[in-house]
Design a binder for this molecule. Structure first.
Ligand code: SAH
Length: 425
């Protein structure tokens, strides 16, 4: 009934903008939103500001900085805590800056702070992650190339369907998922991905609209580009197998790698190269063999092997195949298609191990194997300091920390890449 009346008002009587207002009003009523005033104490490792609700419950609020008082729209209320998004900044931090993108909350919620503050906050996140495991580390250096915008070489977009009735626009537009809900928000501009990607994605959307297509047919649009600005990618259709996308090639520290736009590949290559140089340095003076666990297409092991014998262990068949191709011509490299926890025999007392696991961190069997055979050096790169700290805390029974260094692969987001080098005690 409501919908019907709105369709008549929105479509026939009231113009587009007022139609949108009505539509939003209905959404608000339906969701019965709760707003609360929160004073923010600090930033938590997941990226939100934390404060307290009137009843003493902890509140994790996106878009809010330490020292700020905000009004938060609560998106989740649990017994012991709540989550929300700042809807109004009542008292702003001096470190707050105007976000560039309307859609920043969906793609890069840290657009709201100045860059020095971001770097300092990331060092603090690393230190806190280790403190949670009772491991005290100095605030690490956070390495950056100071390229804060248009750094991502990959983006996955949703498609948003505007049925024309309320806004008068109509058709498909690029979208992202709103934080704290399953809603999609259309995006008109986005400043974290390389501009070649956004331009090509927009061109594909224009084409779909010219053909009169509807968004519901598609699950996502994946776009990737290499350092030279060559773009590859495509639409993923609902209920259809993923298309084979044209491979891309990139040079990392003078070696060429090929990879698929669908598979895992580092998204900020200039800063990744800085991390590889640090790994190279950590292995300097070691003449023995190496094993690269969670190797992906081989970028760590092959870049830092430097003539040493290296074994790459990777569980994804497509990535392992690429790794084999990428290691052609390197007689000392071999690729093992296996889960790290099922390829423990490659971790021995006379290899140095590089580890770069997904967010979940190391399998407990990998940690146990390291503690059993004691490789002389363990180099652990991680995109999640929380699980990394958990694993490192266990390894400290036989190792000491020789280096902690963070890398800002993901400006304007709370994500931080952290490198830890362990040496045998
Ligand atoms: N070092 C690579 C890839 C890191 S991402 C790079 O920098 O490009 C983590 C990789 O671990 C992915 O390629 C993923 O396919 C792989 N992986 C995930 N679980 C694994 C497991 N249990 N054993 C081995 N590899 C795994």
């Amino acid at each position: 009934m409501w919908v019907w009346m709105e369709m008549i008002w929105g479509g026939l009587i009231i113009d587009g903008e007022a139609g949108t207002m009505l539509y939003n009003m209905r959404r608000k009523q339906k969701r019965r939103e709760i707003f609360e005033r929160v004073e923010i104490g600090e930033i938590v490792p997941t990226g939100q500001g934390i404060g307290e609700l009137a009843d003493g419950r902890k509140a994790f609020v996106w878009g809010a900085l330490p020292g700020e008082t905000v009004e938060a729209r609560l998106t989740k209320v649990k017994k012991s805590y709540a989550e929300g998004v700042a809807s109004e900044i009542i008292e702003a931090s001096p470190r707050r800056v105007e976000p560039r993108d309307e859609c920043y909350m969906a793609t890069s919620p840290w657009q709201i702070m100045d860059y020095d503050y971001e770097l300092a906050a990331k060092a603090e996140i690393v230190r806190k992650a280790f403190r949670l495991q009772n491991v005290e580390v100095e605030k690490p250096e956070v390495v950056t190339d100071f390229n804060e915008w248009h750094y991502r070489n990959k983006m996955e977009y949703s498609l948003y369907w505007d049925n024309d009735i309320f806004s008068g626009r109509g058709g498909i537009s690029l979208a992202q998922h709103a934080r704290g809900s399953h809603r999609k928000v259309p995006i008109g501009q986005s400043s974290i991905e390389r501009s070649e990607i956004f331009a090509e994605a927009s061109r594909i959307i224009d084409e779909l609209n010219a053909r009169g297509e509807e968004a519901r047919r598609y699950q996502a649009l994946i776009m990737r580009c290499n350092q030279g600005g060559e773009v590859s990618g495509g639409l993923l259709e609902n209920g259809k197998p993923h298309p084979v996308l044209a491979e891309l090639r990139d040079t990392i520290l003078d070696r060429e790698y090929s990879y698929s736009p669908n598979g895992f590949f580092q998204i900020n290559l200039p800063v990744y190269e800085m991390a590889l140089l640090a790994i190279r340095e950590a292995l300097a003076g070691w003449d023995g063999r190496m094993v690269d666990m969670y190797s992906g297409v081989g970028t760590i092991g092959l870049s830092v092997a430097n003539g040493r014998e290296v074994t790459l262990v990777e569980s994804n068949a497509a990535a392992a195949r690429e790794a084999s191709r990428n290691s052609e011509g390197m007689a000392n490299a071999r690729v093992v298609l296996a889960k790290s926890e099922e390829a423990l025999e490659y971790i021995t007392g006379d290899v140095c191990a590089t580890l770069d696991p997904p967010r979940a961190g190391l399998d407990a069997r990998v940690v146990a194997r390291i503690l059993e055979v004691l490789p002389p050096r363990v180099v652990y790169l991680s995109c999640n300091p929380i699980t990394q700290a958990r694993d490192v805390a266990m390894l400290l029974s036989a190792y000491k920390i020789a280096l902690v260094k963070a890398f800002n692969f993901f400006p304007k987001t709370p994500h931080v890449e952290n490198l830890v080098v362990l040496e045998r005690e």
